[in-house]
Design a protein around this ligand. Structure first.
Ligand SMILES: O=P(O)(O)OC[C@H]1O[C@H](OP(=O)(O)OP(=O)(O)O)[C@H](O)[C@@H]1O
Ligand SMILES: Nc1ncnc2[nH]cnc12
Length: 226
């Protein structure tokens, strides 16, 4: 059994194509274990933000191992299936917390690891994309020769917010509707001719509707509406 997730009306057609695994296909024991280690910190780093901290997960080797295995298994059992492809060529992960997951998952899959870094940190020729965060703005870079045209890519980060403090449907014409970090990473992959098959996160802040701005399906281990 698979279910189809609806996004904002702007992306209705795309959302019909974006299939997420049904809860029955997900190992809920893994999810419960990972979720139990997540901590929340109200008003950090500024008032109104509830910061969700993933570091307690990494403190416990068994829980960290469960998370990495869960992500790698999701890719081999689901991402490859829905994309009807045999291999992930590249795992792209985002500076900085995405780097805690991306290289390990890439090694498990025998894929290349490519970092997306905050501007000015990567040597050589780079391409860039700007983005908005839940609490600020910034610009990302990727090395210009990192992805070859046609390569299959999965983008990994710890958390999907959206780049805006207001939910997508409440944005006015004067608000920016540019996406957040994951959107910028997808833009960098597309600029190099790579194909993003899926965006994967530990946590997705559903109320911010970040997935509606992305050009591929989203898988998140934990979803929260708070
Ligand atoms: O969907 P968004 O609104 O873009 O928000 C999510 C991003 O924000 C956080 O990173 P942050 O930029 O705070 O930096 P860090 O990883 O260096 O802590 C988080 O790790 C995601 O990358
Ligand atoms: N609420 C949140 N908690 C942790 N990291 C974040 N990055 C963006 N929003 C965040």
């Amino acid at each position: 059994m698979r279910m189809i997730y609806g996004f904002g009306c702007k992306n209705v057609i795309l959302s019909l194509l974006f299939i997420r695994p049904a809860p029955s296909e997900i190992d809920m024991a893994d999810v419960d274990l990972i979720k139990s280690r997540l901590t929340s910190h109200p008003d950090f780093p500024k008032k109104g933000i509830v910061f969700l901290d993933i570091f307690p997960i990494l403190r416990e080797p068994l829980v960290f191992e469960t998370l990495i295995t869960h992500l790698a298994q999701h890719i081999t059992s689901h991402t490859l299936g829905i994309s009807q492809t045999k291999k992930i060529d590249v795992i792209v992960a985002l500076d900085a917390r995405g780097f805690l997951l991306g290289p390990i998952v890439a090694l498990r899959l025998g894929a290349a690891f490519v970092p997306v870094r905050k501007a000015g940190k990567l040597p050589g020729q780079c391409i860039s994309a700007s983005y908005e965060k839940e609490y600020g703005t910034d610009s990302f870079e990727m090395q210009a020769d990192a992805i070859k045209p046609g390569q299959n890519v999965v983008v990994i980060d710890d958390l999907l917010a959206t780049g805006n403090l207001v939910p997508h449907e409440k944005l006015t014409a004067t608000d920016s509707s540019k996406g957040g970090s994951a959107h910028a990473a997808g833009e960098l992959v597309a600029k190099q001719g790579g194909k993003t098959l899926e965006y994967i996160f530990i946590i997705e802040l559903l109320f911010l509707k970040g997935s509606s701005k992305l050009d591929a399906p989203v898988y998140s281990v934990i979803q929260t509406d708070d």
